[in-house]
Design a protein. Structure first.
Length: 198
């Protein structure tokens, strides 16, 4: 993946380190070490200041979902497989081929469990005015699109599994840096940043 999307290589390599740590059930101390060695500057700074268990409680309460310190909470909660019944905000969307069309699924940012969603509804504010939904792509990553809402000004990356069946949504979404930058330039904010802060 890093060879295919060289502009995202550093982010994907960092994510690989985090995923390896999660797979073996790493400790908070090990997570801080991984971030200190491989993380982007903003997360390295947060690693020197974070009190991990406090960050987890803040994340669980919904008080803090987007600061660099929330990264540590999300990694540990994902490692534990912890998720509330109502799910955390979606991390990424997936369009899966179904019948003669495709259906939208949203992947929880903590447990990655997918739930079906309406393609005509904003996944953040549930607005249903299709005229306020904006969809755009980038030629370098044609199997990923941004779905943005002009009502709440939030967006979500959507991986088109109907076009690229081998894609892994939570990984491919991290390669969409060009789309994230374009969305931000247009004044949108991501519903939930991914583990590399985009």
């Amino acid at each position: 993946m890093a060879k295919r999307f060289p502009e995202a290589a550093e982010a994907l390599d960092f994510y690989a380190e985090v995923a390896t740590l999660q797979a073996r059930g790493g400790t908070p101390r090990e997570l801080i070490e991984v971030v200190s060695l491989f993380g982007p500057p903003l997360l390295r700074q947060a690693a020197s200041e974070v009190e991990v268990y406090h960050a987890v409680e803040m994340y669980r309460s919904g008080e803090e979902r987007s600061s660099p310190k929330s990264f540590f909470a999300r990694v540990l909660l994902q490692t534990e497989g912890a998720c509330r019944d109502d799910h955390a905000p979606p991390q990424v969307g997936c369009l899966r081929g179904e019948g003669e069309g495709s259906s939208l699924w949203l992947a929880c940012s903590l447990c990655f469990e997918e739930r079906r969603a309406s393609r005509s509804q904003c996944p953040a504010c549930q607005m249903t005015d299709e005229g306020k939904m904006v969809v755009f792509t980038a030629s370098e990553i044609p199997h990923i699109e941004v779905r943005a809402c002009d009502a709440c000004r939030l967006y979500l990356n959507v991986v088109r599994l109907d076009e690229e069946p081998e894609a892994i949504p939570d990984v491919d979404e991290m390669a969409a840096i060009a789309l994230d930058l374009r969305a931000r330039e247009m004044g949108y904010e991501k519903i939930q940043t991914n583990l590399v802060g985009m």
